[in-house]
Design a protein around this ligand. Structure first.
Ligand SMILES: NC(=O)c1ccc[n+]([C@@H]2O[C@H](COP(=O)([O-])OP(=O)(O)OC[C@H]3O[C@@H](n4cnc5c(N)ncnc54)[C@H](O)[C@@H]3O)[C@@H](O)[C@H]2O)c1
Length: 457
């Protein structure tokens, strides 16, 4: 089949590349000219394991094409995936301006039956808005062309996106017509060979499924983070509790790792958007609001622990920071906890030496230039270089190379053997035996909160 994917970001590029890998001809469209120019040269604008090979091979074979012209792509295809961003607006609602702009452009160019697929994460009712926008453009042109709008939310995880797309847990197709459903079934049959993973439902059901999935996962994380803070105060090791509850099949082990908060381009904005949807319908989304607030506070917990130990004036102190990406396996720093920690440390006068295996280039673009210029923040070449002469290590992202470091070498490099571990990567007893002062998340070691701060969290 011939397809067009509009928006060549994390979701669009993976979607386009994986459909091309299955033999389809795919046009990837983006308004960002430099991104398209790079992709044409085989340069991948994001870090995603396995993606480079799929993109380069399919581009070379002519199945994956890059263009800034939607009209050109539409002329040679009849399924149009909308995969542009839906960032949060000021009120927390998903901003649909990019999605509806694309719908307008589709309406201006549509000249044969097509299926328009919402792959972006969009609030319930967006399918109707996309349909109305396209219909209005057709009416303006006086054109009579049939089309269907389908919701096909994406569940891939950054860091494992290609695998997730190739072997999805489920393929949700929200469709109101047999014609569109059949086209979508044919398209996805290759990803569903082992057993049927396709679930067909209404467009609104599909839109809601995506938000509910992300909100449920965020809820599990925030719940466990809240428990971890209580564990610190009660002298309980939350990691023992995690294993104890995970063994219950009704709870399970996934997504109950305590830490310094979730980030990324999905959970924070999707929970906010769901809160907004509930409020618009005169409901009080108490659980969702708490999930969101716990996460905002949780991102501040590392800074709180540091302030409780050293005071609020950190001038003269230097910290090593491991992990800038919002999670391992990606260079994405959107809503990353590292950004909050850096603001807390540098805002209190500290210097930071940071290291991340892949997000350093992203950090140069995403973080305030003034930090680099005035020497508050330096990026280290190697994870151990970030530890030279530091008062403490702050671990924010659980990249694998941080799991079993050479603690003896670390002690020699650091001014003081202190670790603030935002992802519970280390065994407190082992580190204590090696002479480290160790602070995890909920490992049963409470620092007296600073008056007027800690208690609130
Ligand atoms: N990133 C994820 O892990 C993930 C997972 C599932 C769902 N989603 C959802 O998928 C959607 C896209 O997310 P993303 O992370 O890929 O976004 P992104 O910001 O990485 O990419 C969006 C791309 O769309 C392009 N774009 C904007 N307007 C355009 C237009 N009019 N025509 C063509 N291109 C245009 C931008 O230039 C950009 O390259 C969002 O709704 C997101 O919530 C993301």
């Amino acid at each position: 089949m011939n397809l067009t994917v509009i928006g060549t970001g994390y979701v669009g590029l993976v979607t386009g590349a994986c459909f091309a890998e299955m033999g389809n001809t795919v046009y990837c469209v983006d308004i960002d000219e430099s991104k398209i120019a790079k992709l044409k040269k085989g340069i991948i604008p994001i870090y995603e394991p396995g993606l480079e090979r799929v993109v380069q091979a399919n581009h070379k074979d002519g199945r994956l094409r890059f263009t800034t012209s939607l009209a050109e792509a539409m002329a040679d295809s009849n399924v149009y995936f909308i995969a542009v961003g839906t960032p949060p607006g000021e009120d927390g609602a998903a901003d649909l301006k990019y999605v509806l702009k694309v719908a307008e452009e589709i309406g201006r160019n549509l000249d044969k039956y097509a299926v328009v697929v919402d792959k972006s994460t969009v609030p319930v009712g967006t399918g109707d808005k996309v349909r109305a926008t396209i219909a209005a453009e057709l009416e303006t042109r006086g054109a009579k062309v049939e089309f269907d709008v389908v919701s096909n939310p994406e569940f891939l995880k950054e860091g494992a996106a290609v695998d997730d797309f190739m072997r999805p847990d489920r393929i949700i197709i929200g469709s109101e017509t047999e014609r569109a459903t059949e086209i979508m079934r044919t398209l996805y049959a290759d990803f569903s060979r082992n057993h049927d993973r396709i679930m067909v439902m209404g467009v609104r059901d599909a839109e809601m499924t995506k938000y509910t999935a992300n909100a449920m996962l965020a809820t599990k994380i925030s719940f466990m983070n809240e428990i971890s803070n209580l564990c610190d105060r009660l002298g309980v090791d939350v990691e023992k509790v995690r294993l104890g509850i995970g063994s219950d099949g009704r709870i399970g082990y996934s997504f109950i790792y305590p830490g310094c908060g979730y980030g990324g381009s999905c959970f924070p904005k999707d929970v906010s958007a769901l809160i907004h949807m509930a409020e618009q319908h005169q409901l009080f989304p108490l659980v969702l609001q708490s999930v969101h607030q716990r996460n905002m506070f949780q991102k501040m917990m590392l800074g709180e622990k540091i302030a409780a130990r050293y005071g609020t004036d950190l001038s003269g102190k230097t910290f090593g920071l491991w992990g800038l990406a919002f999670k391992p396996g990606t260079d994405d720093m959107r809503e990353a906890p590292s950004i909050v920690v850096l603001h807390q440390l540098i805002g209190a006068g500290a210097k930071v030496q940071a290291y991340d295996p892949v997000a350093m280039e992203m950090a140069k673009k995403e973080l305030p230039q003034a930090w680099f210029e005035n020497g508050s923040l330096t990026l280290a070449e190697h994870q151990y270089d970030a530890l030279k002469g530091v008062d403490a290590l702050v671990l924010v992202t659980e990249w694998k190379p941080f799991r079993h470091p050479d603690f003896d070498a670390m002690k020699r490099l650091m001014k003081a053997p202190v670790i603030f571990d935002g992802r519970n990567q280390y065994d407190p007893a082992r580190l204590a035996a090696q002479g480290f002062d160790y602070y995890g998340m909920g490992r049963g070691k409470s620092l007296k909160p600073l008056a007027g701060t800690g208690c609130a969290y």
